[in-house]
Design a protein around this ligand. Sequence first.
Ligand code: NAD
Ligand code: ZN
Ligand code: ZN
Length: 348
Amino acid sequence: MRALRLMSWKSEPVLTEVEPPVPGPGQVVVKIGGAGACHSDLHLMHDFEEGALGWGPPFTLGHENAGWVHAVGDGVTGLSIGAPVAVYGPWGCGDCPRCRQGVEPYCENPGAAPAPGGGGGLGVDGGMAEFMLVHHVRHLVPLPAGLDPVKAAPLTDAGLTPYHAIRRSWPKLAPGSTAVVIGVGGLGHVGVQILKATTAARIIAVDNRKEALELAEKYGADLMVPAGSGAADEIRKATDGHGADVVLDFVGADPTMALAASVVRQVGDVTVVGIGGGTLAVSFFSIPYEASLQTTYWGSRSELAEVLDLGARGLVTPEMETFTLDEALGAYQRMQKGTLRGRAVIVP
Ligand code: NAD
Ligand code: ZN
Ligand code: ZN
């Protein structure tokens, strides 16, 4: 079968021929319906080098996957061939306290995971291929009626990651509150929809692309603010000088983290989701009292089921452009240039 593989750090992936996977005991092979292209893949191609992560190439890209059960290994019960499934992407050891809670990105025994801190498409072969080996049946979530694999694929990361970040801040997103979304790309435009579907917060969207702000407006953001020197003042003015209760940074670069810290309200949350390499100096007077700063990585298995429910009910619908495996490199190039609308999904 054909697969889009990252062969070494600091390189473009290549479309190549590999043996189709065969499931071992407890494993499942999924026929891929859709595999989303995440900006993290661009970081893999350009920013990381040997030793930076606990794993490395070669492996097949694609950590945002859904499809149909194709073959099951010994001991797998309760899954019928052809059943539509989403693949839960972060693969932990399965046995530590975090994994038992279903929060596998925070696995506390990563040495026993297939790739420490990774999963299918991140150190282990992923879904940009006709078939994907899912290392354990617990990583599959049945698709609810009304959601096909192409539409479900982006929900497993571009949906799950902002959902987790927003869900943990729900208590701060009561009516009268304000949420700021910085970076309205693949993750951010779904984040706007999740805020809209699960909270009554006012939503302020920030991006440096006009098309991204148009997308935010389409999905119900209340105020669109171009990134740049005037953004902080505009957000302060729109919040009566108080700042925003929750700021979600889907870029994570120096200027966006500085903006986030400068517009968060006292007792608010700044959550950095983007892996843009930025840093933030924190001192007693540099951030408002009791503001919390956190990074988040992906989400839990139970949260994935919740996101799929939002998707099936039409409350969250990632905007997407589909590409064949032959066109996948072009999709990444467009992501790099900022000319994609929403998410790119590879349909093998
Ligand atoms: P994307 O390329 O689809 O979207 C990024 C958006 O940010 C674009 O709309 C772009 O115009 C905007 N942007 C870039 N620089 C900006 C700036 N200085 N100010 C305002 N807006 C700016 O990317 P994506 O797939 O949504 O991923 C976003 C980030 O999140 C990436 O760094 C990715 O690696 C990371 N990510 C993190 C997790 C996690 O679990 N923490 C999961 C998935 C992706
Ligand atoms: Zn991702
Ligand atoms: Zn674990």
